[in-house]
Each structure stands twice: as structure tokens, then as C-alpha cells.
Design a protein around this ligand. Sequence first.
Ligand code: SAH
Length: 239
Amino acid sequence: MRMPLYIMIFASFLFLPPSAVSGGDRYEKERLRMVEKDIKARGISDKRVLSVMAKVPRHLFVDKRYRSQAYADHPLPIDEGQTISQPYIVALMTELLRLKPTDRVLEIGTGSGYQAAVLAGIVKEVYTIEIREGLAGKARGLLEKLGYKNIKVKHADGYFGWKEHAPFDAIIVTAAANHIPPPLVKQLREGGRLVIPLGSTVFYQMLTVVTKKRGRIVAEQISPVAFVPMVGEITKRKD
Ligand code: SAH
């Protein structure tokens, strides 16, 4: 039986990955407002960061009921009591990494997968680790559906990094830590940058950039932030 042409055309839209229609979706206006008013106006100037954040469909990374707030200037809840960071903080952390298109980046704390998608629009390869299995699976599914081929999601404790793919040009930790996990410093290439919310996991942290220079680390404090705590191995150690 042959399908009428109008049904075929309609059906083909249904199967189009959302990434193929992003840029033209109904949230585009809000997304561009977010980039101009909440990100650029506050001093983020890295063209690659601004351009990718104008494209990634953030509304698809939040639950349907929060979709109307997806481009607002605050974090939002995702599953399992976790959060997707405020857009400005995603932009700031990404800019602080000083990424190049050829870079390989490690993220600890996949969450919704949004930060990974932003990174993947700038660099060659993104490796992201999530300790909560449900979140890891959901993010992996969404990123695949959106057509990202350069992101690998792993369900594990990010404290130990991802040795097989080390060294990384940059590492981003998106959960609060009271110390820098030593395996991450080890897996950072010489001259590489690591961004991490460092301090109390209960109150607030200091967004910190760590640069590895001749095997030693140099830390620079940027601004106070509040992230959900890193869990797992980190809670058992005091280094
Ligand atoms: N980057 C995410 C938001 C991160 S929220 C986004 O773009 O949506 C912090 C995430 O870190 C949570 O999903 C939490 O489960 C995860 N997490 C906490 N401790 C972790 C650990 N030891 N290893 C990997 N992920 C961890």
C-alpha cells in the first residue's frame, strides 16, 4: 500500500533529529536573548562559547514542565535531586577552559548532558562521567538522539577520571569538591586547564582554575558558586 505524499512529508519531520531543526526552533528568540543579556553582557567574550550556546537546544535537556524556563537566568532541577547549571555559569566555566577545536575534554558530572553538548560544539572529543546510572543513561540517550558523535558518556565515579583516554587538554568538574581529586591532576596534560568548584560541599564553593605547569599546579580563584556535592570516593578522603 502506498502512503499519500503529505503523510510521508509529515512523517519525515517526526523522525528528524531535534539537532537538525535547532536554530530554527521556537525557542530560538529566547536562546539569543539569553546569550546577549545573561552571558555576553556579563563579560563572556569567547566567540566559540557564545556561538555554541546560541545553538544548543537547552530546553531539550530539562524536564517538559521546566521547558518554559530553560533559557532563564538560573539553574533548574533535573532528575534525582540534581541540577542543570545556570547558563552564565556554563558559559563562564567553558570560557575558562580556553578551548581549541582540536582539544579532548573530560567532564565530571554529566547530569543532563547540556554542558557536554556545549563542549562538543567547540572541541574534537568529549568524555563525560556520571555517578548516577539513571542520569548517565538518560543523557547518553538524548545526546545520541541529537546526533552528537564526539561525546562518550560513562557511568562511574569521576574521582578516578578516565585513564584510557588521558591525557586531557582540559577537565571540567561540575559538582562541588572539597579537594581536587589527584587522579584528575595526573590525567591533565602539561599546560592543561582544570576548572572546579572548590570548597565546602554544603554551602558554597570558589570556582577555581588549575593549570598544570611542569608537573606542579597553579590555582586561580574566580568567583563564588554553589554546586550540588560531588559524591562517592571524594567523601572518604581528606587530601
Ligand atoms: N554538568 C551537568 C550538571 C551537573 S550537576 C549539566 O550540564 O546538566 C552535578 C552532577 O554530578 C550530578 O548529576 C551528580 O550526580 C554528578 N556527580 C556527583 N558526584 C559525582 C562523581 N563522583 N562522579 C561523577 N559524577 C558525579
